[in-house]
Design a protein around this ligand. Structure first.
Ligand SMILES: Cc1cc2nc3c(=O)[nH]c(=O)nc-3n(C[C@H](O)[C@H](O)[C@H](O)COP(=O)(O)OP(=O)(O)OC[C@H]3O[C@@H](n4cnc5c(N)ncnc54)[C@H](O)[C@@H]3O)c2cc1C
Length: 386
C-alpha cells in the first residue's frame, strides 16, 4: 500500500497547461540498488535514463514523493536557454547542443525548437525589434540569443518512458524522508546508503539528490539556497494576426534583462505563457503550503494580468485561462549547485538552476550519471564553497 501522496498539497499551486502522457508501471519496491535517485523531475529522470544507457548492468531506482514531474518540471515555461543563469561557466560546455544530443540519443521528441530567444529591455533596442510593448517604459528586443522552446510535459514523459524501458525502477508516491549514512564498507558488496522512502527501505551504492527547491533538509541546503514559488499564466489562443502584431509570430521565447521582470513564450495553439513574480518561502515545507488563490500570489497574479492587458492594444481584452506556480531554487551567485553531499562522497546534490533549468537539468542530469559512474568529475563551480 503506497503512503498518502502529496498531490493534494501541490494542487494548491494551480494547473499548468502541460500534459504528461506516460503512466509509470507499478513495480515492487527494491531492497537494494546500485544507484538511487531522489526526485523524478527533468534532472532525476535524465540521470536515470542516462545511467541505464551507459551502464545497463547497474540497477537504478528513482524515488518520487508525488508523481513524475510534480515539481518544477511540469510547471515550467519550457524555454530552452543556453548556458546558466550566471552565464557561461568554466567547463560547462554547450548546453543546448548537449540537450539536442541527449534527446537524439534517447530518441525523445518533445517539440524542441531553437529559433533563438529574445532578450527584451527598456534600453537600447535592435533596429528591427519585432516587439514594442508598454510595461514601465517601452520594452523592445535588445538582443537575440541562442534558445527556444520545448513541451515540458512531453519531455517529462519521454525521459520517464526511456528510463522505464531501459530498466530503471520509478517509484511514485514515496517521499524519501531519511537517509542513513553508513560508513563505506571494506567489502564493497554492502551498500553505503539506506534510503527510507514512504515507510520502506532500500540500500544504495550511490545516490543523486534531484529534488531542487524541495526537501532542502535532505540535501543539506536549508538556509544555504533560497526556495521560492514562481508564477505564470496562460492566455487563450490569440490567433496568428495578433501574434504578428505583438512580435511573437516567429516562436521566439522572451525574457527581460531589466526590471520589472517578464518572460514568456507561445504554444502551438497560439496561446501565450507570461511569467513574473516570486512568492517567498522560508523553507521547502513553507513552499508546499503556499496557496496561489490567496495572499501574495493572488496579488502578483492580478499585477501580471494587468501588465499583460496593457502591453499592447491587441492584448487588451485577452482572457487568461490558467494561473499556476512552481518551485524554484536560487543560489546566491546564480550558479547551479552540483556537488558531493556534505555527508558522503557517494552522494551528489544537483539543482538550483534558478529560471534556467529546462535545458540545464537534462544536460547536468546526464553529467551527474557519468559522475556517479566515476567517468566524469564534478565541476569546480558547483560547490557551495566556490
Ligand atoms: C513556473 C516556472 C517556470 C519556469 N520556466 C523556465 C523556463 O522557461 N526555462 C528554464 O530554463 N527554466 C524554467 N524554470 C526552471 C525549471 O523548470 C527547473 O529548473 C527544472 O524543471 C528543475 O528540474 P528538477 O528535476 O531539478 O526539479 P523538479 O522538477 O522540481 O523535480 C524535483 C522532484 O523531486 C521530488 N521530491 C521532492 N522532495 C522529495 C522527496 N523527499 N522524496 C522524493 N522525491 C521528492 C518532487 O516531487 C519533484 O518531482 C521554471 C520554473 C518554474 C517553477
Amino acid at each position: 500500500m503506497p503512503p498518502k501522496d502529496s498531490q493534494d498539497e501541490t494542487l494548491k499551486w494551480g494547473e499548468s497547461p502541460w500534459t504528461i502522457d506516460f503512466k509509470v508501471r507499478r513495480r515492487a519496491f527494491p531492497e537494494s540498488v546500485d544507484f538511487a535517485i531522489v526526485g523524478a523531475g527533468f534532472t532525476g529522470l535524465a540521470a536515470a535514463a542516462w545511467l541505464r544507457r551507459l551502464a545497463p548492468e547497474e540497477s537504478v531506482a528513482v524515488f518520487e514523493a508525488d508523481r513524475i514531474g510534480a515539481g518544477a518540471s511540469s510547471r515550467t515555461g519550457g524555454m530552452a536557454l543556453a548556458e546558466s543563469a550566471a552565464g557561461d561557466l568554466p567547463g560547462l560546455g554547450n548546453v543546448l547542443g548537449g540537450l539536442e544530443r541527449i534527446l537524439a540519443e534517447l530518441d525523445i521528441d518533445c517539440d524542441l525548437s531553437l529559433p533563438g530567444a529574445f532578450e527584451i529591455g527598456r534600453g537600447k533596442a535592435l533596429k528591427d525589434s519585432p516587439i514594442q510593448w508598454n510595461d514601465s517604459g517601452t520594452l523592445r528586443v535588445v538582443k537575440k540569443v541562442p534558445g527556444g522552446t520545448l513541451d515540458p510535459g512531453k519531455l517529462v514523459a519521454g525521459l520517464a518512458r526511456v528510463a522505464d524501458e531501459r530498466g530503471a525502477t520509478i517509484i511514485e508516491s514515496h517521499p524519501v524522508t531519511q537517509i542513513e549514512w553508513q560508513p563505506r564498507p571494506v567489502v564493497h558488496a554492502v551498500a553505503p546508503v539506506v534510503v527510507h522512502a514512504g515507510g520502506s527501505q532500500c540500500s544504495a551504492g550511490k545516490i543523486l539528490f534531484a529534488t531542487n527547491a524541495l526537501a532542502l533538509e535532505l540535501t543539506a541546503l536549508a538556509g544555504r539556497a533560497e526556495p521560492k514559488l514562481t508564477l505564470a499564466v496562460l492566455t487563450e489562443p490569440i490567433g496568428q494576426k495578433r501574434l504578428e502584431a505583438i512580435g511573437l509570430a516567429g516562436g521566439n521565447p522572451f525574457y527581460t534583462v531589466d526590471l520589472p521582470y517578464l518572460w514568456g513564450r507561445c504554444l502551438r495553439d497560439g496561446s501565450v505563457i507570461f511569467g513574473a513574480g516570486l512568492v517567498d518561502a522560508d523553507d521547502s515545507r513553507d513552499l508546499t503550503q503556499i496557496d496561489i488563490t490567496g495572499g501574495d500570489a493572488k496579488n502578483l497574479f492580478e499585477s501580471i494580468e494587468r501588465r499583460i492587458h496593457n502591453l499592447h492594444p491587441e492584448l487588451r481584452e485577452i482572457k487568461i485561462t490558467h494561473r499556476w506556480g512552481g518551485p524554484i531554487l536560487f543560489r546566491e551567485n546564480w550558479r547551479p549547485i552540483f556537488m558531493p553531499h556534505p555527508q558522503s562522497k557517494s552522494a551528489i546534490v544537483l539543482g538550483a538552476y534558478a529560471g534556467h533549468g529546462v535545458a540545464l537539468s537534462v544536460y547536468l542530469g546526464a553529467w551527474a550519471a557519468e559522475a556517479l559512474l566515476g567517468r566524469r568529475k564534478l565541476p569546480s563551480w558547483g560547490s557551495l564553497s566556490k
